[in-house]
Design a protein around this ligand. Structure first.
Ligand SMILES: Cc1cc2nc3c(=O)[nH]c(=O)nc-3n(C[C@H](O)[C@H](O)[C@H](O)COP(=O)(O)O)c2cc1C
Length: 202
């Protein structure tokens, strides 16, 4: 069982990354292999809408001059995909959407390569826009035939300056519970998966 968390923030070690690390720590504790992918350290260009992926059907995007395929391969290998983004003007970041447009299109043209992978979104903002961005990312999971787990709240948190989200206790608890639910579900759907995580009393 492998989980990746993709951080769509251009800010390394920022609030999104902190939330994703909480998720990955919980999954690691449950016996899942984990990896953080920072889009801040990758170049992923936007989809050109050329349609070549639908003609070649070789699980590849026609743009091969950037880091897309490296990240896409990690997504294909993973059983669990967590997408984290800060809110930028009420939306997920362009870095995240560039990846999701291309990954989603190549996947769908090649027979839904993300089918039945587990995962979900994690979102942070200074003040507003979390719900919209959470929904925006949720749409991507749902159209890609994936399985999303819930939590004790939506996976949203508050924070502006780097690290400030660590003061949002409810946000941290929500994403921790989300990760525990992913580990629990993984243990149910895969006999080789992580052991069951004990439910928390709420
Ligand atoms: C270009 C830009 C746009 C932003 N737009 C919003 C916004 O619409 N709503 C909001 O509450 N915060 C907004 N923020 C604040 C970030 O969401 C917030 O600082 C977040 O914690 C950044 O996460 P990071 O540390 O992972 O980069 C914006 C920040 C930037 C740089």
């Amino acid at each position: 069982m492998k989980a990746i968390a993709i951080c769509g923030s251009p800010r390394v070690e920022g609030n999104t990354e902190l939330l994703l690390q909480v998720c990955l720590e919980r999954l690691t504790a449950a016996g899942v292999d984990t990896e953080l992918v920072r889009l801040a350290e990758k170049e992923v260009l936007p989809c050109k809408g050329c349609g070549t992926c639908g003609k070649r059907l070789d699980r590849k995007c026609s743009t091969d001059s950037d880091d897309f395929h490296e990240v896409f391969e990690k997504m294909l290998e993973a059983d669990i995909i967590i997408l984290g983004s800060p809110v930028y003007f009420g939306s997920a970041t362009p870095q995240m959407m560039a990846l999701l447009d291309r990954a989603g299109y190549v996947s769908r043209k090649n027979g839904n390569l993300f089918s039945r992978k587990l995962g979900g979104p994690v979102v942070v903002a200074r003040r507003a826009g979390q719900n919209f961005t959470y929904a925006q990312l949720l749409y991507w999971f749902m159209i890609n035939d994936m399985i999303v787990t819930g939590s004790s709240y939506w996976n949203i948190a508050f924070g502006a300056a780097r690290g400030e989200v660590s003061e949002d206790r409810e946000g941290l608890e929500t994403v921790a519970r989300f990760a525990d639910n992913l580990a629990w579900l993984a243990s149910k759907v895969c006999s080789n998966a992580a052991p069951q995580v004990e439910p928390e009393a709420k």
